[in-house]
Design a protein around this ligand. Structure first.
Ligand SMILES: [Zn+2]
Length: 485
């Protein structure tokens, strides 16, 4: 998630080790039925096979696991039914300490069927009111939804992060009335864990779609908007070109893509910002900005946000750093700008200034001087205030820069963070990696032992100094980090 002018986002995750299952992964078949958009209702069924827990914890909707964007107005999950082995089971509502709504189901067997009707009625949540977050809720003609707002999810892991990252085989299919069209994913898709399912973004209704050409790639991409009144054809052309170049850079960097389609949904709102997702991400800009004016600073800012959200398709949705909570926004911020530059949408004048506000951003927030980038509180707090946001976005961005420059310096610029990302993706795509995996990948990809770097910049509470960051950026530019290979 990225806020450029109006900062903010939302999220909370518990940090812990992922306990991987030694047994075959449970399978989930999920079906979403939309008969009539005017009723604002979706029917959802989830069939689980290979369930091993007789007691299931079903997490309510919206599920506040990551990027919470809206709060339900009233009851959104209606007519919830749970069956196992032909028996109807009782789903007992419960509220967790943090306010999350759950249902506890006992007596679940190997196969479980969960069905409910989702009445889509959301308003901006508390965090969204503090930091405006813009998601168009379902209306009679158009809906754009994220998985967080649609799916009740059963817990399979040892804890909340474990639930999200436990390997599952999730097959999702949409069934829409003939008069309705689906935007974002194809009508049937596969996910490898609940994080990916909850990151799904899709639209149902009337949108304008422009295909993006991606040379030599199997994945499809498109720019989706609410129509020419919000995104003029000449502006859509600019975005198509930008997304094509940026996605090409992402594919070069990671060596593959976690999903067969990566779409960008764009709309007008206050400020500039965006939200990552599986199969589609979104980015918004003010009505006054003309995307065909490449000299305008707001256009370059918006395009860098677009690239940031595209990078999130890989980090964290396709590749989750389970013990490095700074990775999600810090490394994404770094590559968001690096790949925008490599794709040719920001130039040396902009890259020179990328860290010009670093000192004010990071050292103006005294209460966070005692927090390290590996502090698990980041999972809860990352989007809760400007101070926390600066910790992972701005300090995290700087530490990612320092790490890249460290690897380039140690290898006479023969190896860099790109090599590490590619190896991590090759070995852990569709899942997560630990600190141990990360250190081993750095060593395998570059030959550098980076334990000292992590001890100094990630696990200690002191942020890099302004001088260190300025020097690192100067060297990164000299090394060609922002240039196409
Ligand atoms: Zn982000």
């Amino acid at each position: 998630m990225r806020r450029a002018l109006l900062h903010g986002a939302g999220g909370c995750l518990l940090a812990s080790l992922l306990v991987s299952l030694a047994v075959a992964a449970p399978r989930m078949k999920v079906k979403v039925v939309v008969d009539d958009l005017a009723t604002s209702e979706l029917r959802v069924s989830i069939r689980i096979e290979g369930n091993e827990d007789s007691t299931l914890r079903l997490r309510g909707v919206p599920t506040y696991v990551d990027n919470p964007l809206a709060e339900a107005r009233g009851e959104v999950v209606r007519d919830l039914g749970v069956w196992s082995g032909g028996d109807s089971l009782v789903a007992r509502p419960e509220q967790a300490e943090d306010g999350e709504s759950l249902w506890i189901v006992r007596g679940a067997g190997d196969e479980v069927l969960i069905q409910y009707t989702l009445h889509v009625d959301y308003v901006a949540g508390e965090k969204a009111r503090n930091y405006p977050i813009h998601i168009p809720a379902m209306d009679p003609t158009r809906a754009w939804l994220t998985g967080n707002h649609v799916f009740v999810t059963p817990g399979f892991g040892a804890d909340r992060v474990g639930d999200l990252l436990t390997p599952l085989q999730i097959d999702l299919s949409f069934s829409l009335a003939d008069s309705l069209e689906l935007f974002g994913p194809p009508s049937s898709v596969r996910f490898e864990n609940l994080l990916q399912l909850l990151s799904l973004q899709f639209g149902v209704g009337e949108f304008e779609l422009t295909q993006v050409e991606l040379e030599g790639s199997q994945i499809s991409a498109a720019v989706i908007s609410n129509g020419p009144e919000e995104l003029r054809p000449a502006e859509a052309k600019v975005l198509v070109s930008a997304v094509s170049g940026m996605l090409g850079q992402c594919l070069d960097l990671f060596g593959g893509a976690p999903f067969p389609a990566v779409n960008l949904y764009t709309f007008r709102s206050n400020g500039i910002g965006g939200l990552e997702g599986a199969f589609a991400c979104q980015a918004y800009l003010p009505p006054s900005v003309d995307l065909t004016d490449r000299r305008a600073e707001k256009v370059r800012t918006f395009l860098a946000v677009v690239c940031h959200e595209l990078v999130h398709t890989w980090i964290p949705i396709g590749l989750f750093a389970v013990e490095d909570p700074w990775f999600k926004e810090g490394v994404t911020s770094y590559y968001g700008f690096v790949l925008t530059a490599r794709a040719g949408w920001i130039g040396p004048a902009e890259t020179d200034r990328l860290f010009s506000g670093y000192g004010d951003q990071v050292f103006g927030e005294v209460e966070l001087e005692a927090v390290s980038l590996s502090d698990p509180r980041i999972w809860y707090e990352e989007y809760s205030s400007e101070s926390w946001r600066r910790l992972t976005y701005d300090r995290g961005h700087a530490v990612a820069l320092l790490l890249d420059v460290h690897l380039r310096s140690e290898t006479s610029n023969r190896k860099c963070l790109d090599d590490v990302m590619r190896l991590l993706y090759a070995n852990h795509a569709g899942g997560s990696f630990t600190r141990g995996d990360l250190l081993a990948s750095i060593e395998a990809a570059t030959g550098v032992d980076s334990r000292g770097f992590f001890a100094r910049y990630v696990d200690q509470t002191a942020a890099p100094t302004v001088r260190e960051v300025d020097e690192a950026q100067r060297r990164a530019i000299k090394f060609g980090a922002y240039e196409r290979e």
